[in-house]
Design a protein around this ligand. Structure first.
Ligand SMILES: N[C@@H](CCC(=O)N[C@@H](CS)C(=O)NCC(=O)O)C(=O)O
Length: 214
């Protein structure tokens, strides 16, 4: 297990940090991951949001190929043995979307403060995790497999159609198959804007410098 540490953000005054003396938020992310998954792992969602919100945290780097997720200690944080997870002074959470909503509400950033606005953010988090991510993952797994049979191709086509139905109206920065976005100029340009954000660039650069591909 590798431990990395991010400093406090620039707006914080040192005395204020010392006054609070709260334990640092711990984020469990990858330190080593399968090469095909590198750059696409869900800890990036949390790390990017933290970078956008300038929240200090301590990164606990986990080595997936060395089975560091499959221990009793880690299962207490993440029952499905998955990344990401956080431990915020005893508040333990897994599931990237749940973590994002928690952190955004805590920081009062990236989420509206009124119940109606908050409900819209939660709605689109569920949409991303449930409605959209499923066909995209299915396409990714089919692409990873060596099955190029007619049956596999027909299945891929069905998942692509499914993804298209939803992508037409949804913006998602986690789409890896660029051809899926081809017909949607506005979605593509939104995605480019997401990827050109300084916080994203800092996040992915730090990730690539840290995470070794197995
Ligand atoms: N629904 C979960 C999925 C988490 C997930 O699948 N994480 C992957 C990395 S992106 C993982 O830890 N895989 C390791 C494994 O399942 O063995 C979330 O959004 O956090």
């Amino acid at each position: 297990m590798v431990q990395g540490q991010r400093g406090k953000h620039s707006g914080d005054h040192p005395e204020r940090i010392a006054d609070h003396a709260a334990p640092m938020l711990k984020v469990y992310g990858f330190s080593r991951v399968n090469s095909v998954a590198r750059g696409n792992t869900r800890d990036l969602r949390v790390l990017w949001a933290l970078e956008e919100m300038q929240m200090p945290f301590e990164l606990i780097g986990m080595n997936h190929p060395a089975h560091e997720l499959s221990t009793d200690a880690y299962r207490k944080l993440s029952p499905f043995e998955q990344i990401p997870a956080i431990d915020d002074d005893g508040i333990v959470l897994s599931e990237s979307a749940a973590i994002l909503v928690y952190l955004a509400k805590k920081a009062r950033k990236l989420i509206p403060g009124d119940p109606a606005g908050e409900a819209q953010v939660v709605r689109w988090c569920f949409a991303a995790m449930n409605t959209i991510e499923f066909p995209l993952l299915a396409i990714m797994f089919l692409d990873w497999s060596s099955d190029h049979s007619a049956g596999a191709n027909a299945q891929r086509k069905r998942f692509v159609e499914w993804a298209h139905r939803h992508l037409a109206s949804l913006v998602l920065s986690g789409v890896n198959d660029d051809s899926l976005l081809k017909p949607y100029d506005r979605v593509r340009s939104y995605r480019e804007r997401c990827k050109s954000r300084p916080a994203w660039r800092r996040t992915i650069e730090a990730y690539c410098a840290r995470v070794e591909a197995a």
